[in-house]
Design a protein around this ligand. Sequence first.
Ligand code: ADP
Ligand code: MG
Length: 307
Amino acid sequence: MGPELALPAAAPREAEFGHDALIVCDNLVRIYQTESVEVQALQGLDLLVHEGEMVALVGASGSGKSTLLQVLAGVDAPTAGRARVAGQDLVDMSRSDRVRYRRHVVGFVRQQSTQNLVPYLTARQMVDLPLTIAGVPRKQRRGRADGVLETLEVADCADRRPHQMSGGQQQRVALAVALANRPRVLLADEPTGELDTETAAEVFTALRTANRELGATVVVVTHDVGVSGQVARSIAIRDGRTSSETLRDGTTGHGPGTAEEYAVMDRAGRVQVPREFREALALSRRVRLALTADHVEIRSDDRGGNA
Ligand code: ADP
Ligand code: MG
């Protein structure tokens, strides 16, 4: 080992990063090692989600969305960085805490929809399962299971097995299973991915119900603009980092409100300039930054020598 690099003097810290957020990812890294190759699925991702929010995660296939959700669900551990949900440190967590976390704090609907349901059980039996595991007394379980199926508008599926349900019903039952133990956080990985527009809207309604009526903080991965266009905040993931956020006003569920896209600045002050902007002004490698009274300018380096 060489000598350690001297770190710059720490800036005065007002408060810990994301101290008031329910979900905090701080410089999260996840590297998958396969025999010969190393895939950096998350490359220093920062994310804050506050209690009660419903946010959409969007991004190209392979950008790291599922990896992020698996970390937040406590089913995968990051290689480096920090992840905290509801005060629980997901990196440094005992086995028993992890089990408790997965049972009580998060509900997770996986991207592979077949993994969310048990083919030979009815919807009521599937919702009953996590309740039983959590030790809810038998007398309360039936009412709780029927209640959550009712809330997600799939009460008519209580006695049906997955193959007797439509795709949209299956996804809502999967959400019901995830919500059975009243988790504070609901994570759903492309829950509308395989559905037509109308059915996707029903599943989206169920997510909104989970958020508004059951009080869960919801993180949903989606390609569906019908979903991302209706949440107040959608976060774009690109190459394993959060790159931009779109905030919307007046998201009433009756069509999108006005949307404004923001770039995300990481904690070191780095911002990604969108490709269209870079191309329009031939910005590359070295740029001039200037501070004005109320904004920062970025100009191409007119001395050339950018190659
Ligand atoms: P997304 O959900 O955004 O499509 P993923 O999180 O599934 O992205 O994947 C991010 C990257 O990590 C991809 O390059 C993918 O091939 C890789 N990856 C995901 N899971 C594994 C794994 N278990 N082993 C190796 N590489 C993986
Ligand atoms: Mg995925």
